[in-house]
Write a protein that binds this ligand. Structure first.
Ligand SMILES: C[S@@+](CC[C@H](N)C(=O)[O-])C[C@H]1O[C@@H](n2cnc3c(N)ncnc32)[C@H](O)[C@@H]1O
Length: 290
């Protein structure tokens, strides 16, 4: 088989595909099955040409042993991850947060801040949708504080997230009135107003790395449209990490194509607002929600 690198053809076979794809799976948890093999190899071919390497095997050795392998692995993660996101994707999740979780938190733990994590936040569209939602929920949160943390493996997306500037496609599911309320137009792009930015903190993290130290204890974790690209093992590691990071009774939102069915976990499906979400099982009297 061949991959196209700016005019030059780089040949590859199944063994080379397996070498490279196994390395990607072990580092980032991402799987590229044979249906997406050509796509992956074409993406990598340009990089191989830029590095003046001759083959995918050379690239595998570069990623495994070269002194510059760490920045190269970071660049690779950026190249192969899908960053598609937009504000209020799967809007019902934000309605559940506003109408069910925020009032429930205030009723049971009014002095504890409501902490939410957006894991795999892309350029911040999900994290800021959460922040806008919690602003809207302030009448039911009363004096209860709230904070949003957000992480992603892709530094470029995190940089855009911190700048809070977006194009039309990120706002495609925002109603006109909401656009005017939450964003200011600025030379063809939209910038989220400061009031919705200042309680959101972004940090880099690889969800499959058990050494992620910045995680706190959360009441709610959103991890949507991320695990769908993960291997079974990486999916499981991420779910275990969420379980450790969520307080008992805390909620986990997954994307519509992701589920915990047939996976080891300590979550229970609960119905909120007519939708099923996952809640971490309670563990005795110290639970935050009963
Ligand atoms: C398709 S976007 C989903 C964004 C958002 N959660 C949403 O639903 O709109 C997937 C994001 O997951 C990030 N990602 C992929 N693998 C990751 C990993 N191992 N650790 C952290 N983030 C990862 C990608 O960089 C990308 O920004």
């Amino acid at each position: 088989m061949r991959a196209d690198a700016a005019g030059a053809m780089i040949h590859w076979d199944e063994i080379e595909f397996k070498l490279v794809s196994d390395l990607i799976e072990s580092r980032f948890g991402l799987v590229f099955d044979m249906g997406r093999d050509g796509l992956l190899m074409n993406q990598l071919a340009c990089r191989i040409a830029d590095l003046n390497l001759g083959s995918f095997t050379d690239y595998y050795h570069y990623l495994s042993h070269h002194p510059d392998r760490t920045p190269e692995l970071e660049a690779l993660a950026q190249q192969i991850t899908n960053g598609e996101s937009y504000f209020f994707r799967e809007r019902h999740h934000f309605t559940i947060l506003q109408e069910h979780i925020a009032p429930r938190h205030h009723a049971r733990s009014p002095r504890d801040p409501l902490r939410v994590l957006s894991a795999g936040c892309a350029a911040g569209q999900e994290a800021y949708s959460i922040a806008i939602t919690l602003h809207k929920a302030e009448s039911s949160l009363g004096a209860t504080a709230w904070k949003v943390d957000a992480c992603d493996i892709h530094p470029g997306r995190l940089e855009q997230a911190r700048s809070a500037r977006y194009g039309e496609s990120s706002l495609r599911s925002c109603r006109d009135a909401d656009r005017r309320l939450y964003f200011e137009e600025d030379g063809g792009s939209y910038r989220l107003r400061p009031a919705y930015r200042n309680r959101v903190r972004f940090f880099p993290a690889n969800l499959t790395d058990p050494a992620v130290v910045e995680w706190r204890r959360y009441n709610v974790i959103f991890c949507r449209n991320v695990l769908i690209y993960f291997s079974d093992d990486a999916f499981q590691e991420a779910v275990d990490q969420f379980s450790r990071s969520l307080l008992p009774g805390g909620y986990l939102f997954l994307g519509h194509s992701e589920s915990l069915i047939n996976r080891r976990n300590d979550f229970e499906p609960v119905s909120l607002g007519g939708h099923i979400v996952y809640r971490k099982k309670e563990a005795g009297p110290s639970s935050v929600y009963s």
